[in-house]
Write a protein that binds this ligand. Sequence first.
Ligand SMILES: Cc1ncc(COP(=O)(O)O)c(C=O)c1O
Length: 398
Amino acid sequence: MFGNLDILAPDPILGVTAAFRRDSNPGKVDLGVGVYRDELGNTPVPAAIREAEREMLAGQASKTYVGPAGNPEFNERIVALALGPQAVRLRERTAVIQTVGGCGALRLGAELVRASAPDAVIHVSDPTWANHEPLVGTSGLALRRYPYYDPATRGVAFERMLDHLGRLPAGELVLLHVCCHNPTGADLDLAQWSAVGEVLERRGLVPYLDLAYQGFGDDLETDVAGLRMLAERLPTLLLAISCSKNFGLYRERAGALAVVAENAATARAVETHQARTARRMYSMPPDHGAAIAAHVLGDERLRQAWQRELAAMVARMKALRALLAGRLAARRPDRDFSWLERHRGMFSLLGLDPAGITALREEEHVYMPPDGRINVAGVSEANVDRVADSLVRVIDRR
Ligand SMILES: Cc1ncc(COP(=O)(O)O)c(C=O)c1O
């Protein structure tokens, strides 16, 4: 039956983790993972999440099925967290389904688009998260890239991006990272979001917004200001939400797909298609993580406690960015490392070629995926000098 299947090359990101585990060097450093890490290298469950989990379980009378759309309280609260005041205004025009993490939302959204517009094209940023193209493209939709990152400035190539979007035909989709762009760390500022909103509106383009890091850039409100601007302005949008990073719920697979449609009747039709698509693929989403997130968001005390923990994670990531930039600048005062501090979230691109990435791994035991994306949460007070020395040695050789 399965004799025709060859062994596949490892996933570029998961492959790095496996190679790191095999390395017996005690000084090895993993900058490749896509998860938050504390000073000890652990990915903790926030205390507020643990407490919510205990309370949620104590009050759970049954584990009977919840239905393809998942937990209605979770759906309402998670969309309200993302859209803020816009959520109330758009409620009738919004169709929400709980999904298997943010990945499940991205895939389900693509399936919905294909059901309605099989010839639609989705434009993703160049570069984008390595899993976007497989997740969205496997639905059968055509994928193309729009210019996004300028390696020279380490910021957004905004003129080229805007010019490109300004030439796209009506009805095509533009996948945008709401904040903490993965892998570059370079985000749009508010004026740029406004200009993007204007182009999308003028050209009749549909934003497909990936929200995987709300609260990981600056805070829960600032990070979604661009998203809310688009929601105010545009008739239709898709929003894929992940609770993996900000709630620390990674393996519980909690997320949601919200579709804002032109009118309430279309939103009700979208809901039926969301449910049918889920039913055909996996029937229903897992409950546990979404029930925890719903509980946290519905309880003011737990919500405040969770927000404080989230703020501490962000403060740590910003401090690590400053620490690493400072240590690199001290070693190479002739070079500019200030971009590390300008970027938001966990990721930045190092800008090394593949040979440099290989040298870091094989000679320095410092690990990252082939695109040179580093996770600043993999840096710590304890390893920052070792990381800075390794990076400078490899940079100097190039
Ligand atoms: C840009 C981006 N989108 C979506 C996701 C989806 O995450 P999950 O499916 O774990 O919720 C991730 C996770 O790494 C991500 O980085």
